[in-house]
Design a protein around this ligand. Structure first.
Ligand SMILES: NC(=O)c1ccc[n+]([C@@H]2O[C@H](COP(=O)([O-])OP(=O)(O)OC[C@H]3O[C@@H](n4cnc5c(N)ncnc54)[C@H](O)[C@@H]3O)[C@@H](O)[C@H]2O)c1
Length: 241
């Protein structure tokens, strides 16, 4: 989903610093956006480490002269598909760290630059499980509910600075994480796991990462100023149930 978002921003001529803790995906991304009308640069960082976040924010500001927005996307799945009583405390801590702390830091260190610029946009990435729940996903569900809470808080706290903050909430997506979930739901036959996720949507398929990215890019670049504090589902009507 992150690479889909950067490709869409690049096509729109938006300069981006793309961050991931793995170099290989960033290299593929740079090859994809070669020749686009924007300047796309990359850096490796752990988005849940405060020092790393401060460093990548400083790199972007130094290169581009300021910031207009941030799209916090990186996340990890639950890892352990068990009921809460059987999930290791370390799993909870790491899922909260990567999914919730990263959004916290990704807003905290960007906000002063948006305010200095006279405003900007923040988009965080939730999940259907950011406002609903599913068995065996308790730690992930907790982490994504936390992102909803902090996004709404920032929307209220920084509205007077012309900063908008919203959260996109996809259902299962055709990505590496989607595959991991399918394997977790049915380790013997991930196709059954995928079918269970497909059956949640009214349109009989899971989300494409490009669709969620497109909503995030719209919220970043195009949404009216009054659109803030919104939990925006991209889930084939799953949340309409
Ligand atoms: N795939 C799904 O079914 C699904 C459903 C709902 C929500 N989401 C959310 O959408 C977002 C994108 O998910 P995706 O499906 O593209 O996942 P993905 O696993 O395909 O990609 C996640 C990326 O985040 C990076 N990453 C993970 N931890 C990091 C860290 N600490 N620092 C830096 N980079 C890190 C990984 O290297 C990877 O490139 C996530 O926030 C995820 O929770 C995904």
């Amino acid at each position: 989903m992150g690479s889909a978002a950067v490709r869409q921003l690049a096509e729109r001529g938006v300069n981006v610093l793309a961050v991931d803790w793995k170099q290989d995906g960033l290299e593929r991304l740079l090859a994809d956006v070669a020749g686009s009308p924007a300047e796309i640069i990359t850096t490796t960082a752990d988005v849940a480490d405060a020092g790393h976040v401060q460093d990548y924010v400083a790199q972007a500001v130094a290169r581009f002269g300021g910031l207009d927005g941030v799209f916090n996307i990186a996340g990890i799945g639950t890892g352990e598909f068990k009921r809460l009583g059987e999930v290791q405390n370390e799993t909870f801590d790491e899922v909260m760290r990567v999914n919730a702390r990263s959004a916290w830091l990704g807003m905290k260190y960007v906000l002063p630059h948006l305010v200095a610029r006279g405003g900007g946009a923040i988009v965080n990435t939730g999940s259907h499980l950011a406002w609903h729940a599913a068995p065996t996903f308790s730690a992930y569900t907790a982490s994504k509910h936390a992102v909803v809470g902090m996004t709404k808080a920032v929307a209220l706290e920084y509205g007077s600075d012309n900063v908008r903050a919203n959260i996109v909430c996809p259902s299962a997506m055709e990505t590496a994480m989607g595959q991991e979930a399918a394997e977790g739901i049915d380790p013997d036959d991930p196709r059954i796991g995928w079918q269970i996720m497909i059956d949640q949507s009214a349109n009989g398929r899971v989300a494409r990462p490009e669709e969620t990215a497109a909503v995030g890019v719209w919220l970043l670049l195009d949404a009216p100023e009054h659109v803030s504090g919104v939990v925006f589902p991209v889930d084939g009507a799953q949340s309409a149930k």
